[in-house]
Design a protein around this ligand. Structure first.
Ligand code: SF4
Length: 338
């Protein structure tokens, strides 16, 4: 491996929630200590299925950056940048589109699943842009020579697609690009308050890092519990209760075991159990909320961090692009700059 550069990021389609926190953000805070970290705010990718709602994407750019900063992403250690301000990514996407077939993209399991989930947006016929987003992800990765990509299992096919593009590029134009490796996340996906396997912005079952104490309490009080418990002394089953599930995430091991024991023995009321959980989540997220408040009151500081990161990223991508264009025989005039 030639470097220890990591690339990761999020689509700015909403504020980030505890699913993001346990699934990736917490890990990124650790990774930034060990790896050269680039974090992209993927506004262009967000437009692939929000092309008719640019305001939503724009308004969430700062929200996502504030979430990063509140959980402990340190702009001194990690470069946070805006995808749309790196024109090299768009340029590479065009070049790479010659190296991948339409049928290969259609067979990509991640893309297939997402297209099926987005039927209300695309109907029976998906756009060229959405079908091709793995190509632009390959551009994101290679524009920065990133060698390690932290992903969940469901995203592995995207990395494989990128590796194929890299191999094809190198076989035609000579060894130029680094073939990235996936760093598979050990974190498990966090379920939603309604018991859905996925916590999602669009599913309305998420607790956001920026939620107020009142919002957290309200959401926890509506979480799905064991439906067979009517009275406090009914014997419960914590294994099918989302409140117990979250106790496991936010409270100590001893406390979690106590919750399960009392629930099974019919010694714990669901309302009290939920109130305790809400209190624990509020306490757990307090430092994040406080840090977020600091940045919410200083939007110019947030914008500045994003701008500085983007400037740094622009320099890296530009330099890298020179090598790539040279390999493709597209380096016509050495000193010609627009
Ligand atoms: Fe769930 Fe707690 Fe009620 Fe048991 S007592 S069903 S763990 S909310």
């Amino acid at each position: 491996m030639d470097n220890k550069r990591i690339l990761t990021g999020d689509r700015p389609t909403g504020r980030l929630h505890i699913g993001h926190y346990f699934g990736s953000l917490r890990n990124r805070v650790k990774l930034q200590e060990e790896y050269e970290t680039y974090i992209l705010v993927a506004d262009v990718q967000a437009l692939t299925d929000n092309f008719n709602n640019p305001e939503k994407v724009r308004k969430n750019v700062r929200e996502v950056v504030m979430d990063y900063l509140s959980v402990g992403i340190n702009p001194e250690k990690a470069t946070i940048y805006l995808q749309s301000m790196i024109p090299e990514v768009a340029e590479l996407t065009v070049f790479y589109s010659n190296l991948v077939t339409i049928s290969r993209l259609q067979r990509n399991p991640t893309v297939k699943t997402e297209i099926a989930q987005k039927k209300e947006i695309f109907g029976e016929s998906v756009t060229y842009g959405f079908l091709g987003y793995p190509v632009s992800q390959a551009a994101d990765i290679t524009a920065f020579n990133a060698s390690i990509i932290p992903v969940g299992e469901d995203q592995l096919p995207l990395i494989e697609q990128c590796r194929e593009i890299v191999r094809k590029f190198n076989s035609i134009y000579g060894e130029t690009l680094i073939e990235p490796e996936a760093m598979l996340s050990k974190e498990k996906r966090i379920k939603g308050l309604d018991g859905n396997e996925k916590m999602g912005k669009s599913l309305g079952n998420a607790i956001y890092l920026s939620d107020t104490e009142e919002e957290i309490t309200r959401k926890v009080m509506s979480a799905v519990t064991d439906p067979n418990r009517i009275k406090k002394d009914d014997l419960g089953n914590p294994d099918i209760c989302m409140v117990a599930y979250y106790h496991n995430l936010f409270t100590s091991k001893d406390e979690y075991e106590n919750v399960c024991k009392e629930c099974r023995a019919g010694e714990r009321g669901c309302v009290a159990c939920k109130k305790q959980l809400a209190k624990d989540i509020i306490e757990y997220l307090k430092p994040i909320r406080e840090k977020r408040k600091f940045y919410e009151e200083r939007p110019e500081l947030v914008d500045n961090i994003l701008m500085e990161g983007t400037k740094k990223a622009q320099i890296v991508a530009k330099e890298n692009m020179k090598r790539i264009k040279k390999a493709m025989k597209l380096d016509y005039f050495e000193d010609f700059h627009i």
